[in-house]
Design a protein around this ligand. Structure first.
Ligand code: HSE
Length: 423
């Protein structure tokens, strides 16, 4: 039987899941795939679980790179450094690499791809987007007949948990974040998740695969969920919307838009029912029409499912395939990235309740070519009242300019929030 010798770098949450999966599924994989997965070395700074001393690597170069019997290196330490060196050196030595590292891939994909191509090694990263959801290989191997024109995903479980909980418990952001941290759903330093960086890296990979064009992180608009309040969620609910942190990619001809931001979607949208720490990705292809994949986007075992499946896939290839894009390293002149997209907007303004205020605000919208679909005034007359506007489709920059002017209307106390709406 074919022996596949593996080195594992990183033994945190996902690394432990991979370690357990290789042990648990060993004989099943031998029987089904005709290969024996043999974990030869584990390199880690901290060991989240007990492993035999003999497995522990002391040095990356002598114990992994220079060990010619190691076929596949699994990188699970996250972040760019030193992961980049580990991945590049492994690829240069002809070892295939399986990684879950979205930041590394989003930032250094051309370099890693070139190193893999040069040595003939494979580079696999299914676990980098959507944890256990097999989204990338589905795009690569099961949707080839299609030009994909849109991807829309809930690809960060932490923020989806927080927003779902705020809606269910009618609670504030800070309160729910604290609870999520206590339960282990959010990191002690939540910035990467709540500010949308994690979703941005994942969208870079996902939309690059979907659109056959590399979408560098520098071209992705990013806004996190820290400004979403219980009031936004409650008023959105009344209008039939739920709030999600969406990663959105759209392609029209050679123009791409890519953005991560809190988004109001109708409660009837398939993504609205994705709650808690789950992820889902909704795709549109010109032949297949709409497709949605749903599952656990994080966690030790779901992510290990993607990692170990990549190992099996890599080991069964006689020749590895490489991603190719219109724009290998840089953005080619053929492609353009849109930053003035069009969508509907939910706008919450606090204003004094006096005659003519609504008319003043409406006239600013009109001046900037932003058409109002509906407006609701909440609450009784008093110091200040919330005014909720939902616009028709309008350009991002027009709405931004309108809001800049509205802030200067003396009766406007504050523009409390502007949330994009997607149907
Ligand atoms: N921190 C990510 C999330 C999981 O909350 O979805 C790892 O990609």
């Amino acid at each position: 039987m074919k022996q596949v010798n593996i080195a594992l770098i990183g033994l945190g949450t996902v690394g432990s899941g991979v370690y357990k999966t290789i042990g648990m599924q060993k004989s099943y994989i031998e029987h089904k795939e005709g290969m024996s997965l043999n974990l030869k070395k584990v390199l880690a700074l901290n060991y989240a679980i007990e492993i035999p001393e003999a497995l522990k690597a002391k040095d990356f170069y002598t114990d992994i790179v220079q060990d010619e019997t190691i076929d596949i290196v699994i990188e699970l330490i996250g972040g760019v450094n030193p992961a980049r060196e580990f991945v590049l050196e492994s690829l240069k030595a002809g070892k295939s690499v399986v990684t879950a590292n979205k930041e590394l891939l989003a930032r250094h994909w051309p370099e890693l791809n070139a190193a893999a191509k040069a040595s003939g090694a494979g580079l696999y990263f299914e676990a980098s987007v959507g944890g256990g959801i097999p989204i990338l290989r589905t795009i690569w191997e099961s949707l080839q007949a299609n030009e994909l024109t849109s991807v829309m995903g809930i690809i960060n479980g932490t923020t989806n948990y927080i927003l779902s909980k705020m809606e269910e418990d009618k609670a504030g952001y800070e309160e729910v974040l604290k609870e999520a941290q206590q339960l282990g759903f959010a990191e002690a330093n939540p910035k990467n998740d709540v500010e949308g960086f994690d979703a941005m890296y994942k969208l870079s990979i996902l939309s690059s695969m979907a659109f056959h064009a590399r979408v560098p992180v520098e071209y992705i608009f990013r806004e996190g969920i820290t400004n979403i309040t219980r009031e936004d969620i409650a008023y959105g609910n009344e209008l039939g919307y739920t709030v999600k942190l969406l990663a959105i990619g759209k392609k029209r001809g050679k123009t791409i838009e890519a953005r991560v931001h809190p988004t109001m979607i109708p409660k009837t949208h398939p993504l609205a029912s994705v709650r808690g720490a789950f992820n889902a990705i909704f795709l549109h292809g010109n032949i297949v029409d709409d497709i949605m994949l749903y599952g656990r986007g994080a966690g030790d075992m779901p992510t290990a499912s993607a990692v170990v499946s990549d190992v099996i896939y890599a080991a069964s290839q006689s020749r590895h395939r490489y991603t190719s894009f219109y724009n290998e390293a840089n953005v080619s002149s053929e492609l353009s990235f849109e930053n003035n997209w069009e969508c509907e907007f939910f706008i919450r303004i606090l204003a004094q309740d006096s005659p003519g205020v609504l008319a003043k605000i409406a006239s600013v919208f009109g001046r900037h070519n932003v058409s109002i679909n509906s407006v609701v005034q909440k609450g009784q007359s008093g110091e200040s009242v919330p005014l909720i506007f939902v616009t028709h489709r309008a350009k991002e920059i027009s709405v931004k300019c309108a809001m800049d002017d509205i802030r200067y209307i003396p009766e406007v106390i504050k523009v409390a929030n502007v949330i994009r709406v997607e149907k």
